[in-house]
Design a protein around this ligand. Structure first.
Ligand code: FPP
Length: 238
C-alpha cells in the first residue's frame, strides 16, 4: 500500500510530564530531570518546525506548581532564566515568534525583563510560534480575561449580545493564536491539569507513557500518526 502523507497539525500543545520520575529512575535529583527536560524542549522546537507545525505551546510551570518544595521552585525559575536566554538566540536564528502565557507579574523582575525582550524582539517573526506557559492556569487566565473585559465594559459599555466566543478569546493570553489541534501529555497521566481549558474544546488528545526527558522526534511523529487516525468533526484547521 502506498504510504499516505501525514496531515500535520497546525498547533500542538504539550504537557511535559515525568521529569521527576525520569530523574529517580536514573538515580539523580528531580532538578536533573527538569534540566534534561529543558534540553528536550530545544530539540523539539527544531523538530516541530521541520515537520511543518506552525504553533507549539508547552506547559512549563502551572499556577499550582508554586506548592512544590521551595528548592525545586527555585531551581525551575533559574532554569527558565537560562532557557529564555538560549531561546532568544535560537529565536533570532530561526525566526521563531515566542510568547509567554500565564500571569508573569508574579515572576522575579529579571525573568519578566527577559520575557519582555524575548517577546519584543521576536513578535514579527513568521517561523515557529512558540508559546511557553509559565505561572499558567486556565481558570486564572479566564478570570484575568473577565476582569479585563469588565474594565473595558466600565470604560465604554457595549451590548451584552456583542460578547461572543471570538471577543472572549481576544481577552485570553492566547489571543490571536489558533486553538490546538493536538494535545500531547507524557508520562501516562491522563489529565488536563488546568491547561488551556477553553482552547482545547475541540482538540484531539494523545497520551503516552514516555517520560518527558525521553520524548523525541520519533515520539512526536507517533503522536501525529495517531492524530491522523482520528476522525475530526470540529475544530479542523487544515
Ligand atoms: C513535570 O514533571 C514537569 C514540570 C513541572 C516542569 C516542566 C519543565 C520542564 C520540562 C523543563 C523546563 C522547561 C522549559 C521551557 C525550560 P514532574 O516534575 O511533575 O515529574 P513527575 O510527575 O515525574 O514528578
Amino acid at each position: 500500500m502506498e504510504k499516505q502523507e501525514l496531515t500535520i497539525p497546525n498547533h500542538v500543545s504539550i504537557v511535559m510530564d515525568g521529569n521527576g520520575r525520569w530523574a529517580k529512575e536514573h538515580g539523580k535529583p528531580r532538578t536533573f530531570g527538569h534540566k534534561k527536560g529543558a534540553e528536550v524542549v530545544m530539540d523539539l522546537c527544531r523538530d516541530a518546525d521541520d515537520l511543518g507545525i506552525k504553533y507549539l505551546t508547552i506547559y512549563a510551570f502551572s499556577t499550582e506548581n508554586w506548592k512544590r518544595a521551595e528548592s525545586e521552585v527555585r531551581a525551575l525559575m533559574s532554569l527558565f532564566g537560562t532557557y529564555l536566554k538560549i531561546c532568544h538566540r535560537e529565536a533570532l536564528e530561526h525566526h521563531m515568534c515566542v510568547r509567554v502565557i500565564g500571569d508573569t507579574s508574579a515572576l522575579a523582575s529579571d525573568l519578566q525583563d527577559l520575557i519582555r525582550v524575548l517577546e519584543d524582539d521576536t513578535r514579527d517573526f513568521d517561523g515557529l510560534h512558540l508559546q511557553i506557559a509559565i505561572n499558567y492556569g486556565s481558570r486564572d487566565e479566564m478570570l484575568r480575561a473577565m476582569r479585563a473585559l469588565l474594565r473595558d465594559y466600565e470604560a465604554g459599555p457595549f451590548d451584552a449580545k456583542d460578547l461572543d466566543e471570538s471577543m472572549f478569546s481576544g481577552y485570553l493570553d492566547t489571543a490571536g493564536i489558533p486553538d490546538p489541534d493536538l494535545m500531547i501529555r507524557t508520562s501516562g497521566e491522563m489529565r488536563l491539569s488546568n491547561y488551556l481549558l477553553w482552547q482545547h474544546a475541540y482538540s484531539e488528545f494523545y497520551f503516552t507513557d514516555t517520560l518527558w526527558p525521553d520524548f523525541d522526534k520519533k515520539e512526536l511523529i507517533r503522536a501525529i500518526e495517531a492524530y491522523n487516525r482520528r476522525d475530526r468533526r470540529y475544530g479542523k484547521a487544515n
